[in-house]
Structure formats: C-alpha cells, structure tokens
Design a protein around this ligand. Sequence first.
Ligand code: FPP
Length: 247
Amino acid sequence: MPPSSPELRHVAIIMDGNGRWAQQQGLPRSAGHRAGLDAARNVIREAPKCGIGILSLFAFSSENWLRPRSEVKALLSLFSEALEREINTLIKNEIRITFIGNRSSFPRNLQNLMSEAERQSASGQQLVLLVVVGYGGRWDICQACRTLAKKAQAGLVAPEEIDEKNFEACLTTAGFGAPDLLIRTGGERRLSNFLLWDLAYSELYFSDTLWPDFTATHLQEALEDYRGRQRRFGRTPHQIEYRQGGE
Ligand code: FPP
C-alpha cells in the first residue's frame, strides 16, 4: 500500500511578526497588527477551500498583557472593531467563531461582542474559527487541574480515576480535537505557551514570513509540507504504512 497523506482537520497558527513588519515599513506596531488582521482574513477565507475544518488563531496570549499599555489598547480596539465589522461576513460564509481563553480580564464591551458573535454564528458549518485570546497553555492546564480537584473534593471523581481523557475534557479546548498542524510565522521556533497539552503530537511548521505577509499561497505551502509527513504517534513506519496497528 503506498504511503498516504495524513488526515488534516485542525490547523493552529501562531501569527507572529506583526511588530517587525511594521518596523520595516517605518510604521507603529499597531499598523502591523492591523495588517495582521488582513492576513488573518485571507487565511480564514482560504481555510475551508483547503479542507480545514477547524482553524485556531493565537490572537492574544496571557503574556501579551505585559506589552506597553498603548499597544494593548490598540489590539483590544482592533478586536472590537474587527468583530463589529466582520460578524455578518462570518455568518454569510457559515463560519462559526468561538473564543478560547480567559476573557474575564477583557473590557466588558469586548466580552459582550465575543459572546454575541459566538451566538450569532453558532450554526456555521463551513469552518470553526477558534480565536485564542487571553490564553496561556499553562493557565489552561492549571484551570483544568482546579476543576478536577473540585470534582474530587465533591466526591464526583476519585483521584485514581483521573486520566488523560477526563483531564482533557476540562481544558478550555475540549471538544475541538488536537491541532494536526501548528504553523508559526515570523521566524521564531518556539511554542510561546500556546496549546501546550493539545500540541503534544501535532506536526510543527515554521515559516520565516512575517505574519502580515503570509498569504493563501504560504498556507498552501505549509499544507503541502504537512501532506508529505508521516504521523506515527509512537508506532513504527511499517505499522503506519501497512496500517497494522496491533503488530
Ligand atoms: C504577534 O506579533 C501578534 C500578536 C500579538 C497579535 C495578533 C493579532 C492579529 C494578527 C490581529 C487580530 C486577529 C484576529 C483573528 C482577531 P508580534 O507583535 O509579537 O510581532 P513581533 O514578534 O514582530 O514583535
């Protein structure tokens, strides 16, 4: 049996390089984020055509709160503006938007916009767009631990019953499945606290392209690279090629 391409359902992206792109153009960092939003729009449009069912975009990490106040303010305004402007396009294109992360620190009006966009787009079937905001992988693991500890305290689960399955069910990403492919743009080769649990067996693809310059063609190149990979999840190449899982 010839080797076949691995399945592709969920793609996650660390959209890095907005600041450097702006600097190269002699523009303020906020202009880089604005250009980054255009790049995100193009990739969202392209994703369903490439067979992607879930697209996760890391838009604001828990550590991004440490950036200068003016940059945080510009990012939050951009999110609000984008949600207000794009919601109808999302609905029209059958895209279901969902936010993952700790929203409680966001301004109330932005929280309301997020909930409203989730509600209005809930029936979208073409693509699930997970916008990851105020998120850190360690935060998610800690909050899942807290949830399970409370359940154990209440006698709903015994400590020895805790396993990967019921732990995973307590993550904020529960139900979406692990990303098959993680793309990081901007030349850095690290995870930056993104989806730490979920990415355990994801394929990683690093691009030197700064995020605002990332186009549909770059996405296709990443997917082409992914298609040439063999995902073994700890098994041998022989087991994968001949699908003899029990050997
Ligand atoms: C990282 O680049 C990018 C961010 C922290 C913000 C990403 C936000 C967007 C692309 C716009 C919003 C998108 C959606 C989907 C709502 P950086 O600032 O760290 O760049 P640098 O490494 O060059 O400084």
